[in-house]
Design a protein around this ligand. Structure first.
Ligand SMILES: [Mg+2]
Length: 290
């Protein structure tokens, strides 16, 4: 698959026009590739408009589980990016296939996240319960939307009670990102850090029971599987600005990837780990006329 396209080890400088012709399906990260805090990044609006007009297949893959696709699409449209909601694949949307596969419909779920994160759980068929009540499923969707320490304490206590009683438990993490870059020099912790903290606590108390969160977003495979399912092919190229999520995820899933250098999380081109080396490097997404 795509063997003639692979140049892993020494990524070549490419451009969006060339890659658009080479691949039937394009996957884009949102933050740092299409937009940043200040608005659309260079070339993004023209590119999306061109893709919509020509009917090219593309999807936007985001680890966010804090907003529903319709609201996220509205936010992008306000910035001039006409991405239809059906082109968005959020980590929150992956709860539905997960709940179906694990037969979790109707199960009590403790949800860490925003009101819209709770909506994602309901859409997946879960039954959200207040933090601290007995729950068979713990969903960490987002780091915002709840009183932090109080909620963690309540969830942890309910977790211990359940495990001590010998009951089963599903731990699900939508957004595996550990850190979120606000602006140059400013960072915040993300949902993945909460899961890492709970896992450390569970390891200390329950040792070898393998109580780890199932991770749905990049760099893990469920989000790429959903893109592949919708696209009907694995012949896709992932455009991202982060080696540890976008590029590693694409590499693990076995598709090609392009690092876009226009984002906030600019990466040094020196000493890339082998499994985080993209096939291509792009200065930006600019170059497509509307
Ligand atoms: Mg990004």
């Amino acid at each position: 698959m795509n063997s003639e396209k692979r140049v892993v080890g020494e990524p070549g400088l490419s451009n969006i026009g060339t890659l658009m012709e080479q691949y039937p399906v394009l996957l884009f990260d949102a933050y740092g590739v299409l937009v940043d805090k200040a608005g659309p990044l260079a070339g993004a609006c023209e590119l999306i408009s061109h893709l919509n007009t020509t009917g090219k297949t593309y999807f936007v893959l985001t680890n966010s589980a804090s907003r529903l696709p319709g609201n996220m699409a509205s936010g992008l449209q306000e910035m001039g990016l006409e991405v239809p909601a059906e082109r968005l694949i959020t980590s929150g949307m992956l709860l539905e296939p997960y709940f179906e596969a694990q037969a979790l419909t109707g199960k009590a779920c403790a949800v860490l996240g925003t009101n819209e994160s709770v909506e994602y759980v309901k859409l997946a068929g879960g039954m959200p319960v207040p933090a601290g009540e007995d729950a068979e499923v713990i969903v960490i969707a987002d780091q915002a939307g709840f009183p932090f320490v109080e909620t963690i304490d309540a969830v942890l206590s309910a977790l211990f009670r359940r495990l001590d009683a010998g009951h089963s438990l599903h731990l699900v993490l939508c957004n595996p990102d550990l850190v979120y870059p606000f602006s140059p020099g400013r960072y915040g912790i993300t949902a993945g850090s909460l899961a890492a903290m709970l896992e450390a606590v569970l390891r200390e108390r329950y040792h070898d029971r393998g109580l780890d969160f199932v991770r749905l977003g990049k760099p893990y495979s469920p989000i790429f599987e959903e893109a592949s399912r919708r696209a009907g092919t694995r012949d896709m190229v992932m455009f991202g600005d982060q080696l540890a999520t976008d590029i590693l995820g694409a590499r693990r899933f076995g598709i090609d990837s392009a690092l876009v250098l226009s984002g906030l999380a600019q990466e040094s081109t020196a000493d890339w780990p082998e499994d985080m080396t993209p096939n291509y490097v792009l200065e930006s997404l600019a170059g497509i006329e509307e």
